[in-house]
Design a protein around this ligand. Structure first.
Ligand SMILES: [Zn+2]
Length: 509
């Protein structure tokens, strides 16, 4: 053991990846972090208690009547930050919430900025988290009151709204500070917190605040770390380096001046719904292939290096079937599923506004219908170019129908994709930390969905962003019985701590 220790210390800098892997795998013990890891274990009851107090406040940002509770939770966080010795705590008001709102004077919940340490010799890591939660009620089918943290000793998990999304991970950063203080270990970096209370409702006001603070409060930031997503599955830790974007469109087909009866007008007028179905049918085929010309050509080619990342990932078609509750997968091979979820675009048809959709057999001819669809975007798709291709495609498809109706296709909203370099200093530090805590190399994953604020941080602060998830894929973040396994809570905090140390030591930013 001593021999191994010597090697680890002497070769901690400047060894090749191969050597490093060999040294790391030669021992499961990480004496370097013994003290801090032990302290985190020792403080477990007080960490669970801190989480329980936070979970008790029903900070549902999407429910106007609960806005005072969101504010109350922000006050609880400020009190905790103060007691832990965070400084320069700023409660940033974001003004009134824009419509649609019932109360026109509804104030947005504040963003909480704070610092721990301000040593110019150290690197600065900005950590983002959100303290608001999704709605939840016992009557939705929860096994226990959602706003009371239940510790299930048998299953070794904690159940409660916000446990994994995102109160547990957010408090993880505070707990890591407390553990360093109580263990008497110098905190390796300057920490900046950016905690918002509106994430589940579109992060209103946050983008503007980040832009404003980029050259002020956030000026010294070297790296951003967001702990607000999940492992792909339930067993293997992951680091996330990419998210798809989303361009949302509608095709409006306008025909007669009012809805008509098919017994009177059927067969003698051009029906908007028929045109719409035909146009929408030209967008994508049943195998998921996008039929709009020029889209595939914009997708960045797969490199050898990227391809290798997929081979190692712990995932199978069974995981997909379990998640979808069916056997409807378009692909059987793991690599195909993951690539089509993460690195290729997809087009989904969502619905038709203005069409008859209820049960029964209504004989209406809708006068005006809007077909909604979206495209999940990936590198190197340019949003403007894509919109032009989509609009041209819809117009041409409609023209081919020779219909006297009117057709109009438009973009409703777009959010760009994000892809980081999984080999940069921040990811490398997080990978080492993960290995120290869980004993395995993390899978490098991307996600099919979007976290728009990730890109905002990267662009405004001109720093790298790391997504470091704490919970598992089956935590039920927006569902009933949201939970966080205790091992993920503890392991997650240890990973956060070790990440900060490794990142502080790394020669680059
Ligand atoms: Zn979240």
């Amino acid at each position: 053991m001593l021999f191994k220790l010597f090697f680890k210390r002497s070769f901690s800098v400047g060894v090749s990846n191969y050597q490093r892997t060999r040294i790391m795998s030669s021992s499961n013990l990480q004496p370097k972090f013994d003290k801090i890891f032990n302290k985190i274990d020792e403080l477990k009851p007080s960490f669970i208690d801190r989480l329980a107090k936070a979970i008790e406040i029903p900070a549902v940002s999407g429910d106007e009547s609960l806005r005072p509770m969101v504010v109350k939770k922000s006050e609880y966080l400020v009190q905790e930050l103060e007691s832990l010795g965070f400084t320069d705590i700023q409660v940033k008001k974001l003004g009134t919430q824009p419509p649609p709102v019932e109360n026109p004077n509804l104030q947005l919940p504040p963003v909480i900025l704070s610092r721990y340490g301000n040593d110019p010799a150290k690197k600065t890591v900005l950590v983002y988290g959100h303290y608001d939660v999704q709605p939840a009620a016992l009557s939705d089918g929860w096994a226990s009151e959602p706003f009371k943290l239940v510790v299930d000793e048998e299953k070794q998990l904690m159940r409660g709204r916000g446990s994994t999304d995102d109160t547990g991970p957010l408090l993880g950063w505070l707990n890591v500070v407390q553990a360093h203080k109580e263990a008497g270990i110098d905190f390796p970096v300057n920490l900046i917190t950016c905690f918002e209370g509106m994430e589940e409702s579109g992060s209103l006001g946050l983008e503007k605040l980040i832009a404003e603070e980029a050259s002020n409060y956030f000026k010294t930031t070297d790296a951003v770390c967001i702990s607000d997503n999940y492992w792909l599955g339930t067993k293997k830790p992951v680091l996330t380096y990419g998210l798809r974007g989303c361009n949302y469109y509608q095709i409006i087909i306008q025909g007669p001046a009012a809805d008509l009866h098919s017994g009177v007008f059927g067969g003698v007028i051009a029906e908007p719904m028929v045109d719409l179905i035909k146009v929408m049918g030209t967008l994508v085929d049943s195998n998921g292939k996008i039929l709009i010309e020029g889209v595939d050509e914009m997708v960045a080619p797969l490199t050898e290096k990227e391809s290798q990342l997929y081979e190692k990932i712990d995932f199978s078609v069974d995981d997909l079937n379990a998640a979808s509750g069916s056997n409807t997968s378009l692909y059987q091979k793991k690599e195909d599923i993951l690539m089509h979820r993460w690195r290729y675009p997809s087009l989904s048809l969502h619905g038709v506004e203005g069409a008859f959709y209820g049960p029964g057999a209504k004989t209406v001819i809708p006068a005006k219908v809007s077909g909604k669809f979206s495209i999940r975007t990936v590198p190197d798709i340019d949003s403007e170019k894509l919109t032009k291709l989509v609009v041209d495609h819809c117009n041409n498809a409609f023209k081919a129908l020779n219909s006297p109706n009117k057709c109009y296709a438009e973009l409703i909203h777009d959010g760009n994709y994000w892809v980081s370099n999984p080999y940069n200093a921040s990811f490398t530090a997080a990978a080492k930390a993960t290995k120290d805590v869980y004993g395995v190399d993390p899978d490098f994953t991307r996600e099919g969905g979007s976290i728009p604020i990730t890109l905002t941080f990267e662009e405004e602060l001109k720093t790298s962003v790391l997504l470091l998830p704490m919970g598992r894929g089956d935590d039920g973040a927006h569902s009933i019985n949201e939970k966080l396994d205790i091992s993920n809570f503890m392991g997650g905090m240890k990973t956060m701590a070790a990440y900060l140390h490794y990142y502080a030591e790394s020669p680059e930013n």
